[in-house]
Design a protein around this ligand. Structure first.
Ligand code: NCD
Length: 304
């Protein structure tokens, strides 16, 4: 079944049928990966435009394209692009869309992805627009939830840390809220609460959420998604220093707990390294799930 969208800019575009189609295609892609890849995107070209730092997202987009027999053009950092010569984002996208069959872009400005989509002559994927959205991460988080918990229904999902600037969890919470029985606990310091533009959607969808300032409230959930305090989004360095260690999860907190611990990575201090060896720690498996998800999206958006 084709997806209901031809560009992916925000998780709120994703319908439940899309999410199910993507998860089913991921299963197929895991089989493809076991044999090292296939050629379904042969002669297709992906342009990766990354104007903000990235390790996992860019490399997993690139490997996803290569594993399907396609090729990749990459621009890393605004310094090496025409944006420094004053070219508008719109002009860049119009041109790159003539060299590539599909574009993935990360950009520091909220709303940049929506602007790019409007002029893109080829399918366009948002790989993170400032503090706003990161929908492919939200989908790989959904796949992680399904693999770790065996289902994406009836999950109590606690999310802790910087929910104001954390684009990954804006996207993940939006996607998992499509599934029946989802309940949220948002755990934040008072000034890093989940933005109203996200919680309004939960109100519309009838998805219950509670807010708390105490990390203990996440330990009995099905999933505890820890987030990095997004240093680069803070206007005041003092405010960042004050909040950076607001929540730190240690192995001793998880004694006797079955909660799945997720994190988009990179982590700072919010998950102590003694958690890594516990079966609860799903974050490195989560990073690996980026590959089948991006293979599925590239293949579905390119109609292969
Ligand atoms: C995140 C991002 O860039 O938003 N990382 C990722 O894509 N895996 C999370 C973060 O930077 O904290």
């Amino acid at each position: 079944m084709p997806l209901s969208f031809s560009h992916l800019v925000s998780a709120d575009q994703i319908m439940r049928s899309d999410a199910e189609e993507i998860l089913a295609t991921c299963d197929e892609m895991e089989t493809v990966l076991k044999k090292g890849g296939d050629d379904r995107l042969k002669r297709k070209v992906l342009a990766c435009l990354f104007y903000e730092p990235s390790t996992r997202t860019r490399l997993s987009f690139e490997t996803a394209m290569l594993r399907l027999g396609g090729q990749v053009l990459s621009v890393e950092g605004a310094q090496s692009s025409s944006l420094t010569k004053g070219e508008s984002l719109e002009d860049t996208i119009r041109v790159v869309g003539q060299y590539a069959d599909i574009i993935a872009m990360r950009h520091p400005e909220e709303g940049s992805a929506a602007r790019a989509m409007l002029v893109s002559p080829v399918p366009f994927i948002n790989a993170g627009d400032g503090p706003n959205q990161h929908p492919t991460q939200g989908l790989l988080d959904l796949l992680t939830a399904r693999k770790e918990r065996g289902t994406v229904e009836n999950l109590t999902v606690a999310i802790a840390g910087d929910l104001k600037f954390g684009r990954t969890i804006h996207s993940f919470s939006t996607v998992i809220s499509l599934f029946p029985g989802t309940r949220f606990r948002f755990i934040t310091p008072p000034n890093l609460r989940m933005p109203a533009k996200v919680t309004n959607l939960f109100k519309e969808r009838g998805v219950p959420f509670e807010e708390s300032e105490d990390l203990q409230d996440g330990l009995d959930a099905d999933i505890l998604y820890m987030t990095r305090i997004q240093k680069e989004r803070f206007e005041s360095p003092e405010e960042y220093e004050r909040l950076k260690d607001a929540y730190v999860l240690h192995a001793k907190d998880l004694k006797g707990k079955s909660v799945t611990v997720m994190h988009a990575l990179p982590r700072n201090a919010e998950i102590a390294t003694d958690v890594d060896a516990l079966p609860n720690a799903a974050y490195f498996r989560q990073a690996q799930n980026g590959v089948p998800v991006r293979m599925a999206l590239l293949s579905l958006l390119l109609g292969a």
